[in-house]
Design a protein around this ligand. Structure first.
Ligand code: 7TS
Length: 409
């Protein structure tokens, strides 16, 4: 126990924001599923880029442009090795998970989706993995189908498996649910889908920061995630795609960098990944993401996962002492996310009172309105943990909830 605390102290020291007071109390940050905090080295990598080698990439012969290009492409290589992609060309930099999914929906959908075909998603998707599919299905006259779930928040995958056919153009499913915490059996879904030649997109926004992800072992066709949830900057994310798909798909946006030659009559497109990266990219974002990956690798993703599971179990024990608490999402395989309700109290009021005590949680539907409709609730209070959180902070959450109960009930 002593040892864990020593390590946690070292970990916490790297996150300057955690030392501050909010509303006169030491900050307890339990909104990590929305965005994680950033270690100093990531923050410094951004200012280092701007103070030493700010320049546009891919276009310059001059030294600074070369430095920026090298750092940007190194970031791509590191990202590829981090998720165990076969080649760095399969890593496309996007604005984030939402942007990555929209890219596939529009580009893959344009080419491979026809009237009468189906796209399957799941009952626990973030709006980012629902709406882009609705948009392209509507445009193409295709159907959107949903893998249902049970009251624990476990997907009823048999419903999908029994309906697998060549008529399904693509399956898009989240690796880890942001509002329930459920870890889905994506490897099995992919293997089953592939027996019918159906490609699978995995929304990894809540997985990559918390567990080791190997896209080749999963054999997924597309994998999407955001840097800002994994200790990196906002505005940058990744679309991993298998070469065979990326090469077959048309460009998503037109502009600089994504072309080989342009005349007024005709444009030849660049090779992947550049074909999908029109315009000046988020250069410092990629540099910051690379630093975040180095940080995760040095910390050890297995240490992060183990610590977060400890915190999850401790929190479940501690919060279960509170009378009138109900958990939303009780799957056996869960990431460190706890969604809950306090009987007789609106989630927003609980969140508001916790904030006054310096405790940051998220309240509401967490961009998963269909999940809230399924459970017939207005929303939840969600505490999502990162490895830098502590048992003491969980104790403060439990006390804070008691205080909210005393005030509200
Ligand atoms: N998919 C999942 C599973 C997510 O949790 C989120 C963001 C997204 C997609 C979208 O990511 P973005 O970086 O493109 O915005 N989830 C949350 C959340 O749980 N609270 O705020 C954002």
């Amino acid at each position: 126990m002593e040892k864990v605390n020593d390590i946690t102290t070292l970990w916490r020291k790297q996150f300057p924001i955690l030392t501050q007071q909010v509303n006169g109390k030491p900050l307890v940050y339990f909104d990590n599923a929305a965005t994680s905090q950033k270690p100093l080295r990531v923050i410094q990598s951004l200012s280092d880029y701007y103070t030493r080698y700010n320049s546009n990439v891919h276009r310059g012969v001059h030294t600074l442009s070369q430095m920026a290009t090298d750092a940007f492409e190194e970031a791509r290589e590191l990202t590829a090795s981090f998720i165990h992609a076969g080649e760095k060309e399969e890593v496309i930099f996007t604005k984030g998970t939402t942007d990555s999914i929209n890219l596939v929906a529009q580009s893959f959908g344009e080419k491979f989706l026809q009237a009468g075909k189906e796209i399957w998603i799941s009952a626990m998707e973030h709006h980012a993995n629902i709406v882009p599919w609705q948009m392209i299905c509507e445009k193409k006259g295709a159907k959107l189908k949903v893998i249902p779930m049970n009251r624990e928040g476990v997907l009823l995958t048999e419903e999908l498996y029994q309906n697998l056919s060549e008529n399904i153009a693509l399956i898009a499913v989240t690796h880890v649910s942001n509002s329930l915490g459920t870890i889905n059996p994506v490897k099995e879904i992919i293997a089953r889908a592939h027996t019918f030649g159906i490609p699978v997109l995995v929304d990894g926004a809540q997985a990559v920061p918390h567990m080791s992800v190997n896209v080749q072992e999963l054999d997924c066709d597309f994998y999407c995630f955001s840097a800002h949830k994994m200790y990196g900057p906002t505005g940058i994310g990744v679309l991993y795609g298998k070469r065979k798909w990326l090469e077959a798909m048309p460009p998503y946006q037109g502009g600089g960098d994504m072309i080989e030659t342009v005349t007024f009559e005709k444009t030849d497109y660049n090779v992947i990944p550049f074909k999908f990266e029109a315009g000046t990219p988020h250069i410092e974002g990629a540099i910051g993401l690379a630093e975040a990956i180095r940080f995760i690798q040095e910390t050890g993703i297995e240490n992060i996962e183990k610590r977060e599971q400890e915190l999850l179990h401790y929190a479940m024990e501690k919060l279960s002492e509170i009378e009138g608490i109900t958990y939303i999402g009780t799957a056996p395989e869960k990431a460190a996310v706890i969604s809950f309700l306090i009987e007789g109290a609106h989630p927003y009021d609980v969140g508001f009172i916790l904030d006054k005590q310096g405790i940051a949680v998220r309240t509401g539907h967490h961009c998963t309105q269909p999940v809230m409709q399924f459970f017939d609730i207005p929303g939840t209070v969600r505490a999502s943990f990162a490895f830098y959180n502590t048992e003491e902070e969980i104790g403060r959450l439990a006390e804070g909830i008691q205080k909210a109960k005393n005030m509200l009930l």
